[in-house]
Write a protein that binds this ligand. Structure first.
Ligand code: SF4
Length: 423
């Protein structure tokens, strides 16, 4: 068997990182509710927050109005500050109304936010109290989606981490894929892992609470999203083994991710090649088509989603781009270390943000493509830079072999559009 990673002698794992702690421009963790509520079909996310929180959710999720939405906001007014007991009573009344109207809800998340009146409210106590009231039909958990955290994808991390303590114990040998993926992508990756001969493959989060995985000493964790540090630590705390791998973006990333699982479960090289050969060839062909536009171009990443380092690895190694600066809100080497090893040594990594200084560096380097948040994209476009909204990469299906071509195309599109306008 040969399951070793093709580590570059001059990767970026130990390269100096530019650390900045200034003003930053990112969404808050409530944003994660937009994709989590689609994934977890019997869950409801009740944000305990202000009118600002309600507006954020409405505008971010406004594109998809459900007849029965699975998220809402309990607005805490300034006057609620007067008495915390009243606030708890009001929350209990809201939850009672919601659960009476929606018997389909099996798990309810109370989501904290950053207004000071919410911070003072002990949502974990509220979740315990409400669980006692509504068990066994409804499980009530809490997590924070506050904008005080570093970046918006931490909302998913906080949500999944809140679930780990209540997962059942299991002694069964199993592979647990961690991170919310679109159902179709999850199905594709689960099938590949099963075809490798890994007999039990489970997912966190599951689509329904009745399908929640167990966790225990025979559980091996394979992480699908690079922003799940707290969740992974909580799973390790329950005895699970965590395997490290580059993230499954592009043909190479997906192969190395699957290969790490194959190595942990003793899959032979022959089986590995037989299972992956055809989808690898499809992915390579699809990436090649989009890479014609990207090859030789430069890219600059502002820190936004935590996907930056794995995506820069994909763009530099599979699409022939030059990654000038790769900013990430925070760098967790336990998760993105394997991707860092595959980045070219000349890549400047940065952690955190001082937005004005970073804008200066971006303008000075004049990248062919800048990946950044919505707030920065318009001004940079006005200055003649081509931009890609980082958040689109979180909302789009981009993992795995079958999405590798689409992932490259997402980056190629703004460059093609600008070239077409210039004609
Ligand atoms: S949690 Fe904080 S940052 Fe997020 S919408 Fe509410 S007030 Fe704004």
């Amino acid at each position: 068997m040969n399951h070793a990673l093709p580590v570059q002698a001059h990767g970026c794992r130990n390269a100096p990182v530019l650390k900045e702690r200034g003003q930053r421009e990112v969404f808050c963790g409530l944003t994660g509710i937009i994709w989590l509520h689609r994934k977890m079909q019997d869950a409801f996310f009740l944000v305990v927050g202000s009118r600002t929180c309600a507006h954020l959710l409405q505008s971010a999720a406004g594109v998809m109005i459900f007849a029965e939405p699975r998220f809402g906001t309990a607005i805490l007014e300034e006057t609620d500050l007067a008495g915390m007991a009243d606030a708890h009573d009001e929350l209990d009344r809201e939850v009672a109304r919601l659960l009476a109207r929606r018997p389909d809800i099996r798990q309810l998340f109370l989501v904290g936010s950053c207004p000071s009146e919410v911070i003072k409210l002990d949502l974990s106590r509220a979740a315990e109290r409400l669980t006692q009231t509504y068990a066994p039909n409804v499980r009530v958990l809490n997590f924070s989606g506050s904008g005080i955290e570093t970046t918006f994808t931490q909302g998913e991390d906080a949500c999944l981490a809140s679930m780990v303590p209540v997962l059942p114990e299991t002694q069964d040998e199993q592979l647990l894929v961690v991170g919310a993926l679109p159902d179709i992508v999850e199905d594709q990756l689960t099938k590949l892992l099963s075809d490798l001969g890994i007999s039990v493959v489970r997912s966190l989060p599951s689509r329904r609470s009745s399908e929640d995985p167990g966790v225990g000493p025979e559980t091996t964790v394979l992480v699908a999203q690079p922003f799940l540090g707290d969740t992974v630590a909580a799973l390790a705390g329950r005895g699970a083994k965590v395997i490290q791998a580059p993230f499954p973006f592009g043909e190479e990333g997906t192969t190395l991710w699957l290969r790490a699982a194959a190595g942990a479960f003793g899959v032979s090289e022959t089986t590995f090649n037989a299972v992956t050969e055809a989808p690898r060839a499809r992915a390579r062909k699809a990436v090649k088509a989009a890479a014609q536009t990207l090859s030789g171009k430069s890219v600059f990443f502002f820190p936004d989603s935590q996907l930056e380092i794995p995506l820069a690895r994909f763009l530099s190694r599979e699409c022939g781009m030059q990654a000038l600066e790769v900013g990430q809100p925070y760098i967790h080497k336990g998760l993105v270390g394997p991707d860092m090893e595959l980045l070219p040594p000349e890549t400047q990594l940065s952690e955190g943000q001082d937005v004005d200084l970073q804008l200066d560096r971006c303008r000075a380097s004049r990248p062919d493509l800048t990946v950044c948040g919505l707030g920065l994209a318009n001004p940079l476009e006005a200055e003649g830079l081509r931009t890609k909204w980082a958040i689109e990469l979180v909302f789009s299906p981009v993992h795995g072999y079958e999405q590798a071509g689409d992932l490259a195309a997402l980056f190629a599109r703004p460059i093609r559009r600008r070239e077409a306008l210039a004609l």
